[in-house]
Write a protein of this length. Sequence first.
Length: 326
Amino acid sequence: MAEFTPTLGLSTEQAEEVVRIAGEAPSLHNRQPWRFRLLPHSIELHYDPRARLPATDPRERELRIGCGAALLNMRLALEHEGISPVVTLLPSTGAESVLAEIRGGGSSNMSPQQRVLYRAIADRHTNRRPFRETPVPVEQRHSLLESVEREGCWLHIVERGELGRLEGMVHRAHRAQLADPRFREELAEWTGHAAEVSEGVPASAAGPEREAQDQWVLRDYSAGKAEPRVPGKDFEYDPLLLVVCSYHEGRAAELRAGQALQRMLLTATANGLVASLMSQVIEIDETREELRRMLGESLRPQALLRVGHGSRTAPTPRHEPRELLL
Ligand SMILES: Cc1cc2nc3c(=O)[nH]c(=O)nc-3n(C[C@H](O)[C@H](O)[C@H](O)COP(=O)(O)O)c2cc1C
């Protein structure tokens, strides 16, 4: 197994911390597809081909979104160590698995806003529980929109008039996935894990058991070990639903969308909000195309989420940082 070495002027301890923080990013089924090669003057972000989920994510779009989220964390961690990162997406040299190259662009003075986002990394966890009905204030919605725009993407706030159509798409996509034995097998393999397993989604993060009236939170990560529903504690009636969109298709656009998603999630966390993803509608080609038409032809939907006020949830497991080294 590779060992930590100095990189970009960081000590081995600082390099390990930067990789650990990158690895706190969200990923589909918590597969943690990111890997890092530390070189004296650069860090390469690679994907791990073994972390593919071919039934759920056949084009590896979500794999790259997760890697983009890890890249955003790494950028903030480098800023925290006093290095201003310069990122090249999909560098032309190197292995097929390289997604980005990060070089040092001089010393950095973290802005107060970057500091807030950096601190939010440890507090961000996917929350699959019911949220409170309290609406998300307009200023906070603006800060979410702005965070996604900062990363060259667009955030669509789902309007009341779009809810019925979107709900139909989500349920259709969910049914299509459950009808696919390969999808069910993959979900079973990576969910309902014990808390000490270093990848996959632990049953403790699955939220309460699903019920027929649930409108949005449908995918069951509990593998039959869900907490019973507290009577009267249904999912919120009026969730804030958001779609992170890119302006193009392709690998670079997906890496940008991953960074935008993570900046938005950290901004939400810093504002005391919680979020969960609901990816089925974007994973099934037919419903993704329908969603694209609903949003207007120029936007490419990359992630659908609900955001709101909720109780705190615990972190999920991660690989040891040195397991992330190439
Ligand atoms: C591209 C992508 C798609 C995801 N899709 C879903 C989803 O459909 N449903 C869900 O509950 N969580 C989804 N997640 C959240 C992951 O399951 C979660 O990030 C992972 O289990 C790690 O947990 P954490 O976010 O609490 O750190 C997704 C995450 C990513 C990055």
